[in-house]
Design a protein around this ligand. Structure first.
Ligand code: DGL
Length: 265
């Protein structure tokens, strides 16, 4: 059981930010990644559609015989994590609580910004999770829907990325926040552009590192850490043409993305 892979699910390429942290912290673990590139973005869709897609992604990963599933997608985590987790015996982990913990640990002035997709922002899931840890924290949220297509296109630091970041983020900057939660899988790839607009006084935090720590805790606690000595293997699945996924993903992960297969979830 301990030698079977961890499953990572996202609507597209952004979940590689979480997979990458798992690879760093748990270099011995095998990973199966599924990015639903045919249907990305989820963030502007209805809760019903997101839930349906998420169950299909979950079913696919379960068919790969995984020992734990990480829902790397904030939109899915904010919409239907409990339902997904209740539907299987395999542990299912989301990214909202780890992200909230990272924000609470980072803020000094208790003014925190949260940026995510429209669905994540509307759900107020981060507000609830942050205030459950510390109710004195004021939270300022903003949906930044154009960040996802920028990342999917690989436009991470060009003029379009900077102008978009400026328009979205300047109002948040005006709120005097000292911490900004990148509450979307894709946004860590835009850190240089976001950091340039927010300035050095604002810490950019995301769920990836904290989520990887939680994966370690669950596997360690359940005696499920991989014991084999052979190097870890990674397999990638997408639901549409993998060209962009491979191009942008390799640049980000700094490793080759193979083998990759196209499936219909
Ligand atoms: N993976 C999504 C998230 O983290 C972003 C992309 C999308 O909208 O599907 O919210």
């Amino acid at each position: 059981m301990s030698n079977i892979p961890i499953g990572v699910f996202d609507s597209g390429i952004g979940g590689l930010t979480v997979a990458g942290e798992i690879m760093k912290l748990l270099p011995g673990e095998n990973i199966v990644y599924f990015g639903d590139t045919a249907r990305v973005p989820y963030g502007s869709k209805s809760p019903e559609a997101i839930t349906q897609f998420a169950f299909e992604g979950l079913k696919f990963l379960l068919s790969q015989d995984v020992k734990l599933i990480v829902i790397a997608c904030n939109t899915v985590s904010a919409t239907c994590l409990e339902e997904l987790a209740a539907s299987t015996r395999v542990p299912v982990l989301g990214v909202i609580e780890p992200g909230a913990r990272a924000a609470v640990n980072a803020t000094r002035n208790h003014r925190v910004g949260v940026i995510g997709t429209e669905r994540t922002t509307k759900s107020r899931a981060y507000e609830r999770a942050i205030n459950a840890l510390n109710e004195s924290i004021s939270i300022y949220s903003k949906a930044c829907p154009l960040f996802v297509p920028l990342v999917e296109e690989g436009w991470l630091e060009n003029e379009a990325a900077l102008i978009t970041a400026k328009i979205y983020l300047e109002p948040l900057k005006g709120q005097g926040i000292d911490t900004l939660v990148l509450a979307c899988t894709h946004y860590p790839l835009l850190k240089p552009a976001i950091g340039q607009i927010m300035g050095r006084g604002v810490r950019l935090v995301d769920s990836a590192e904290e989520t990887a720590k939680e994966v370690w805790q669950i596997l360690n606690g359940g005696n499920l850490l991989r014991k084999a000595n052979a190097p870890a293997s990674y397999r990638y699945f997408v639901s549409d043409d993998p060209e962009k996924f491979v191009r942008v993903g390799e640049k980000f992960l700094k490793r080759s993305i193979e083998p990759i297969s196209v499936i219909e979830p």
